[in-house]
Design a protein around this ligand. Structure first.
Ligand SMILES: C[S@@+](CC[C@H](N)C(=O)[O-])C[C@H]1O[C@@H](n2cnc3c(N)ncnc32)[C@H](O)[C@@H]1O
Length: 168
């Protein structure tokens, strides 16, 4: 099986990659083709549904998050963010690129990166979405899922939906 990049360094998305493929991709790609360097405008449309009660602080799960700007948008509104990605690289990049300080700890099979910047409530888990500690899913009020399904093997998509359902 080919890796995440073909011989010209072009990303091939015609197969479901393994977590090792993704980690290799994140650690070698100069450009991330699916990365939008701004928040997803869909968030504006969904804002009232995600955060129905004004001034209440919510906790939003971003499964298979990469280094999505959407997490910053939600955190900037004062809400809590939980992100999960099998590769630690985009999570470290996310914090570094946004100037957010963080500490790292190990929790069961996951590396956990916790922001230490004041007023910024973001916890990022580097691990398999199917093998997270229960603490990752505690008190999640909403899930914002963008571009995850292509990264989940077809035979595991029902299991993925079950994991998402157990969060709320
Ligand atoms: C197409 S990207 C989507 C990234 C992000 N949602 C965004 O909008 O930029 C899919 C992501 O899933 C991650 N991934 C793949 N399999 C995973 C798994 N089993 N558990 C956690 N993350 C996984 C990859 O590292 C990759 O960052």
């Amino acid at each position: 099986m080919a890796g995440p990049l073909d011989k010209q360094g072009i990303v091939v998305l015609d197969q479901v990659w393994t977590m090792e493929d993704w980690d290799k991709f994140w650690n070698s790609a100069a450009d991330i083709p699916f990365q939008i360097n701004d928040f997803n405008p869909e968030l504006l449309k969904l804002e009232k549904m995600l955060f129905p009660i004004p001034n209440k602080k919510y906790r939003v799960l971003f499964p298979l998050c990469g280094k999505s700007y959407d997490m910053k948008w939600v955190a900037d509104k004062g809400h809590g963010v939980i992100g999960v990605d099998c590769s630690a690289k985009p999570l470290e990049d996310f914090f570094n690129e946004h100037g957010i300080t963080y500490v790292e700890k190990q929790e069961s099979s996951c590396q956990v990166l916790q922001s230490t910047t004041e007023g910024c409530n973001i916890t990022l888990y580097a691990g398999d979405i199917f093998n997270l500690p229960d603490s990752a899913f505690e008190k999640c009020d909403a899930v914002f899922d963008y571009g995850s399904v292509i990264a989940i093997k077809p035979e595991e998509r029902k299991k993925y939906a079950d994991v998402m359902n157990k969060t709320t």
